[in-house]
Design a protein. Structure first.
Length: 199
């Protein structure tokens, strides 16, 4: 639909084009399709919205959150602040960390994790069969860790077929075993849908 206004679109995720009608950013792909963010003036947005309203379904915030989850893009908020190093939430796989630039708080830990290894937790796409209440910051459990939490919900959104889709950060061993439970050791099962590709 964007080709109505733009002759060319960004070719790969995390790239952009500038145009008299605004900038178009290609964000992380989801559901096997490219996703774009069009930054435009209010006038241009109003004009485009009136032309697109009969051709597109408006999804709203929940649809955007679900697409971000399926794209593997974590949103860190109050329930998950200061719980992860960038590699735990796969930021180096998304191109969200540059190990050759500048200084920043926590740089030593992040660099040590990158160059010496030792990462014990990773983020994965998961499905929780529970229909309500799945939220960032909630604990996940695994038989390998007993009553001790093995992971946490990073982001969650209602899934189209029921339950919730979520980005979970958990012990790599638990992701491999695919035996996570939500909220308690005997809570609803958490099905790992996709684990991260190797860096």
């Amino acid at each position: 639909m964007l080709q109505t206004w733009f002759d060319v679109l960004p070719a790969k995720p995390f790239s952009k084009i500038d145009h008299p009608l605004g900038s178009v950013l290609r964000v992380a792909d989801a559901f096997g399709a490219p996703r774009y963010l069009w930054l435009a003036s209010a006038e241009t947005a109003t004009m485009a919205a009136s032309m697109l309203k009969d051709r597109l379904l408006v999804g709203g915030n929940e649809a955007w959150r679900l697409s971000e989850i399926h794209a593997g893009v974590p949103q860190i908020g109050p329930g998950t602040q200061e719980q992860f190093v960038p590699q735990m939430v796969n930021l180096e796989l998304l191109g969200g960390v540059n190990f050759k630039k500048g200084c920043y708080p926590g740089q030593e830990i992040v660099a040590r994790t990158q160059y010496r290894g030792g990462l014990k937790r990773r983020m994965a796409l998961a499905h929780v069969g529970a229909d309500a209440g799945v939220a960032p910051g909630q604990s996940l459990y695994s038989t390998a860790f007993g009553d001790q939490a093995a992971g946490v919900i990073a982001n969650a959104a209602p899934a189209p077929g029921g339950g919730s889709d979520a980005l979970v950060v958990a012990q790599i061993e638990s992701l491999e075993r695919n035996d996570l439970r939500w909220g308690a050791p005997d809570g609803p099962p958490v099905e790992i849908v996709r684990r991260p590709a190797s860096p």
